[in-house]
Design a protein around this ligand. Structure first.
Ligand code: CO
Length: 212
C-alpha cells in the first residue's frame, strides 16, 4: 500500500472534481440541489469496507452511517437520527446492515481484554454471543466462531432495526423499507446476503407496538 500524504488527498480531490465536471457539467449543481437516495447503509467504520465503492453507487445514491461493528443500539442518538431522517424524510426503500468477516470489533468482543470506553459498545456484541452460545459452541475453531458471530451480529442488528417504532411506523403506513443483512468478505471483495426482512415482518409480539 502506498503511503499517501494529507496534501495528496486534496490534490486528488481537485482532479476528481474536474473529471466529474468534464464528464457531466451539471453533476455538482444537480446534486447540491437535491439528494434522493433509495438506500440507507449501516456499516462498519473499517476503512476496508467503503459503502460506495463496493456497491458501485455514486454520490447521491446511498445514505451512509458507519460505526464500530455496524451496531444498531437503541440509545445511540446518532444512529437513531440517521435512521429517522432516512426513513421518514428521505423515504429510503431499503436499509442495509453490512458486517464483514475479520471485523476487529467482533474479534475484540470475543476476548476478555479491556478496551476502556469501547467496552460499553462491544458489550452489545458479547450479548449477541451469549444469546447464540449453543450454535457458536459447535464451531470447530476460533476462526469459524468469529465468522459465525459476524453473521449472527448482522442478523441481530437487522432485528434491532425492526424493533424501532421508526421502522414499524413506516412499515404500517407506507409499506417500506425492506431490511437487508449482508456480510462483506475482505478476502474476496464479495457481498453475501444473509437475511431480508419485508415490511410487516412477524416480530415477537413484545416488540410490536400496537398504537403507532
Ligand atoms: Co469491522
Amino acid at each position: 500500500m502506498t503511503s499517501k500524504t494529507i496534501e495528496s488527498l486534496l490534490a486528488h480531490n481537485r482532479a476528481w472534481a474536474d473529471r466529474r465536471v468534464a464528464e457531466d457539467p451539471q453533476f455538482f449543481r444537480r446534486l447540491s440541489a437535491l439528494q434522493a437516495p433509495k438506500f440507507l447503509w449501516i456499516g462498519c467504520s473499517d476503512s476496508r469496507v467503503p459503502a460506495n465503492e463496493i456497491t458501485g453507487t455514486a454520490p447521491g445514491e446511498i445514505f451512509v452511517h458507519r460505526n464500530v461493528a455496524n451496531l444498531v443500539v437503541h440509545t445511540d442518538i446518532n444512529l437513531l437520527s440517521v435512521l429517522e431522517y432516512a426513513v421518514t424524510q428521505l423515504k429510503v426503500e431499503h436499509v442495509i446492515v453490512c458486517g464483514h468477516y475479520g471485523c476487529g470489533g467482533v474479534l475484540a468482543a470475543m476476548r476478555r481484554t479491556s478496551f476502556g470506553v469501547l467496552n460499553k459498545w462491544l458489550r452489545n456484541i458479547k450479548d449477541v454471543y451469549r444469546l447464540h452460545e449453543p450454535a457458536l459452541a459447535q464451531c470447530e475453531d476460533e476462526a469459524a466462531r468469529a465468522r459465525l458471530l459476524v453473521e449472527l451480529n448482522v442478523r441481530e442488528q437487522v432485528l434491532n432495526l425492526a424493533k424501532t417504532s421508526i421502522l414499524q411506523k413506516a412499515w404500517k403506513y407506507e409499506h417500506r423499507p425492506v431490511l437487508h443483512g449482508w456480510v462483506y468478505g475482505l478476502e474476496d471483495g464479495l457481498l453475501k446476503p444473509l437475511i431480508d426482512m419485508q415490511p410487516g415482518h412477524d416480530l415477537h409480539p413484545l416488540y410490536r407496538y400496537e398504537d403507532l
